[in-house]
Write a protein that binds this ligand. Structure first.
Ligand code: GLN
Length: 444
């Protein structure tokens, strides 16, 4: 109870400070409930848990960073939230995020920008920026995020903490407010790899309410790696070139040198189709989003505009409820899916996606892991990239290929550049999380 109370006070103080604070939370628990007794069934009894706003939490606001869902309190909780509650955790708060998880800087939230605890004039990354900032600032011991194209890994990197995007299907998406269903995956944030593994262990599990969820073939273990003897690391030339700023590259090279000292072999390799990943992603994700977001019509959830007839109620609700980035994606996606353009855009993007997955399969015949910088830059200033969406999309350059391939990838902190944290990304074959966590543990 004491642990929860201490975190609750800090989180509530940050929430009360609004944009004077980090603005990491959109809702904080009002009281400290009596902790359940620790037991084998509830090993995490009383441990506070911060949860990204887009996870449904029964009776607690779940707004996905959007005005259109303002005040929405779902009648049920997401599968992962259910599982973690069963394991004993207590909901500490809901964290701020980019609207419907669209963004890389947390500047697209209807509930205000989130600030980076390392430098409040800078962004925490996104879209799970509230979760990352909260963990980095000690406003939560750990947190849930989601990653569709990088939204766990990139904010983890920019805030100097650990973030894991699991294999697609390892965790049920039931109760996650959908962005792009073939890419969305829940995952943990923590300050170190052991805690990341512990939280992940309680998140995995097949669930009949998500037809794409799978039974993880391995029992998730806490990391126990001691060295990297015999581990082969592949550095893809396509993802480590020009776009990566010099301080990030330096930190990356230092970690590669450390990996070699610890017994790994490091070799350059190729993912020939990876340079097309961003183009494919920014067709597939908006296409799926345009379909998923059709349900927000003012009838069933959240905000409803005043209007005389049904059609103007729909259009006004959506005009008032969605922010500019969400509207941009809906238009992009609707266009890409329209008849006559489908083959040229969506169909083509799906083919590129398959090629990217094949590139990884080929690379993993030769390497245990593929490593890259997590993000091409350190945390940038608030407002610096908001004028140019394409510039913002480049943040996802190193993370989107793994999302398209559905494979797991982790970001660990690997030093500073200009006093700001840098992230190192390790990606492995589907369901290799145990080995991935082991390697990350040795390198962190
Ligand atoms: N920045 C990417 C986007 O805006 C990724 C977001 C995410 O992973 N949810 O789509």
């Amino acid at each position: 109870d004491e642990l929860f109370g201490a975190y609750r006070e800090r989180a509530a103080a940050d929430a009360a400070a609004g944009e004077q604070g980090l603005n990491a939370y959109t809702w904080v628990a009002e009281e400290t409930p009596a902790a359940p007794a620790a037991s084998d069934a509830a090993p995490l009894a009383g441990v506070p848990l911060a949860v990204k706003d887009l996870f449904c939490t029964e009776g607690v606001p779940s707004q996905s960073g959007s005005r259109i869902l303002a005040g929405y309190r779902p009648p049920y909780s997401a599968h992962v939230v259910e599982q973690l509650t069963a394991a004993g955790t207590t909901l500490l708060g809901k964290t701020n995020q980019d609207e419907f998880a669209m963004g890389s800087s947390n500047e697209n939230s209807a509930f205000g920008d989130v600030r980076n605890p390392w430098d409040r004039s800078r962004v925490p990354g996104g879209s799970s920026g509230g979760s990352a900032a909260a963990v980095a600032a000690g406003l939560a011991p750990w947190a849930l995020g989601t990653d569709t194209g990088g939204s766990i890994r990139q904010p983890a990197a920019l805030c100097g903490i650990v973030g894991l995007k699991p294999t697609y299907g390892a965790i049920s998406r039931y109760g996650m407010i959908a962005f792009a269903s073939s890419l969305d995956q829940a995952g943990p944030f923590a300050r170190d790899v052991s805690d990341t593994a512990l939280l992940f262990k309680h998140m995995v599990g097949q669930d009949s309410r998500d037809s794409t969820s799978l039974q993880h073939p391995h029992q998730i273990e806490l990391p126990k790696g001691v060295d990297l003897k015999g581990i082969r690391l592949g550095v893809p030339e396509e993802l480590t070139g020009e776009g990566v700023e010099s301080g990030v590259r330096e930190a990356f090279n230092q970690t590669l040198a450390l990996a070699e000292q610890l017994g790994a072999t490091v070799e350059t390799t190729h993912l020939p189709h990876a340079p097309h990943a961003l183009s494919a992603y920014y067709l597939i994700a908006p296409a799926e989003a345009s379909s998923n977001l059709a349900r927000f019509d003012g009838v069933r959830y959240g905000h409803r505009a005043e209007a005389d007839d049904l059609l103007s109620m729909y259009t006004r609700t959506r005009a008032e409820g969605f922010g500019p980035e969400v509207k941009r994606r809906i238009m992009l996606g609707t266009y890409a899916l329209s008849s006559g353009y489908y083959d040229a855009y969506y169909g083509r993007a799906q083919k590129v996606r398959t090629k990217i997955a094949e590139d990884f399969t080929t690379a993993f015949e030769q390497f245990d892991f593929i490593v890259t910088p997590t993000a091409p830059t350190v945390a940038f200033r608030l407002g610096e990239k908001t004028a140019d969406p394409l510039e913002m999309y480049l943040q996802d350059f190193c993370t989107v290929p793994m999302s398209l391939a559905g494979i797991p990838a982790i970001s660990i902190p690997n030093g500073l550049s200009d006093g700001l944290p840098v992230g190192f990304q390790i990606a492995g074959p589907a369901f290799s999380e145990n080995r991935l966590l082991d390697a990350a543990y040795v390198l962190e």
